[in-house]
Ligand binder design. Structure first.
Ligand SMILES: Nc1nc2c(ncn2[C@@H]2O[C@H](COP(=O)(O)OP(=O)(O)OP(=O)(O)O)[C@@H](O)[C@H]2O)c(=O)[nH]1
Ligand SMILES: [Mg+2]
Length: 300
């Protein structure tokens, strides 16, 4: 098996960034190859990437027919990396907000962790040239995801990450539902549930200087809703196990009737309900974790 690392760079209209970024990545370490996943960028990014791919076989381009979202672009890249036997996979934006000079510390941390998250929210990590409002929104979003999903990660929304091959094979990638920016949070949640070792390393995150952002209010709201949906999953699973939503609704109706008739039951019912929800999600975590925990030998 190759010890090469594949750096996946999704692009949509990154004409001014793509060539200098690829060159910078290749210069960091000869163990790095690049896969550009371009969604038929109208500005010709895909064609520029093709030109670089002709120069060296360390660069390849995956062309998709149209803008399919960041999440599905990465999933396509992950499949490619696994098929080709890469030992490590890195996610990286094309706009230089993820600095090539931070790649070595990600790779280094991946020697003892299954998943490495480049973090703006640990000591030494920071953003550059962000307004206080943007900073607050980003930090708030991360805190929200971290709290709702119980993630042991300070920067939940960042997309500069390194996965060991075994980490990706431990996840149910076909079950990922976010297509856009919620993808990073969902992936963190899946990694955590699978019991993978997650490490955070500080990164500096400069604002993009060339090209336009693809972030929008709609995308942010979509991501926030997705977090809630992920959290409610265990409840849905229970409902399915009991024979469907009808039974679950009946059970809840009976519970409410009992509480209405005997309000004193509240003293027992509320703690019991909290305990049950916690127990169900823990059990679910346990099953997933044991079944999919990769065997990571100290030598690899
Ligand atoms: N293939 C593909 N790439 C995408 C898509 N949407 C965004 N990207 C790429 O994903 C990376 C991150 O997008 P950005 O627009 O920089 O998003 P951001 O970093 O959250 O926002 P800014 O900080 O404002 O730049 C960039 O390399 C984009 O070109 C998409 O639908 N398909
Ligand atoms: Mg960006």
């Amino acid at each position: 098996m190759t010890m090469q690392t594949l750096v996946i760079i999704p692009t949509y209209n990154e004409r001014d960034n793509i060539a200098p970024l690829i060159r910078a990545v290749l210069a960091v370490d000869s163990a790095l190859d690049v896969l550009v996943v371009d969604d038929n960028s109208p500005d010709g990014t895909g064609t520029l990437a093709d030109a670089l791919a002709r120069e060296t076989d360390r660069v390849r381009v995956l062309h998709r027919p149209g803008k399919g979202g960041l999440g599905t672009a990465y999933l396509a890249g992950f499949r490619d990396a696994l098929d080709r036997g890469y030992a490590r996979v890195i996610e990286m934006d094309a706009d230089f907000s993820h600095r090539p000079e931070d790649l070595p510390s990600l790779l280094h941390a991946a020697e003892t962790a299954d998943v490495v998250v480049g973090s703006r929210n640990v000591p030494g990590g920071r953003v550059e040239n962000w307004s206080p409002v943007r900073n607050a929104i980003s930090k708030g979003g991360s805190l929200y995801a971290r709290t709702v999903l119980g993630l042991p990660i300070k920067d939940c929304t960042g997309g500069f990450k390194c996965f060991r091959r075994e980490a990706l094979t431990a996840l149910d990638l076909d079950g990922v539902r976010s297509t856009g920016f919620g993808f990073q949070v969902e992936l963190n949640y899946l990694c955590h549930r699978a019991g993978l070792r997650i490490a955070e390393v500080p990164i500096v995150f400069p604002e993009r200087t060339r090209g336009a952002s693809k972030m929008s209010g709609r995308i942010a709201v979509e991501a926030a809703l997705m977090v809630l949906q992920l959290r409610l999953d265990p409840v849905y699973l229970l409902a399915r196990k009991m024979g469907g939503v009808v039974l679950a609704t009946l059970a809840i109706a009976v519970l409410f009737w009992l509480l209405y008739a005997y309000p004193a039951l509240l003293l027992v019912a509320v703690p019991a309900l909290l305990w049950a929800v916690n127990e169900i999600s823990q059990r679910h975590i346990g099953i997933v974790g044991r079944a999919h925990r990769p065997d990571v030998s100290p030598s690899d």
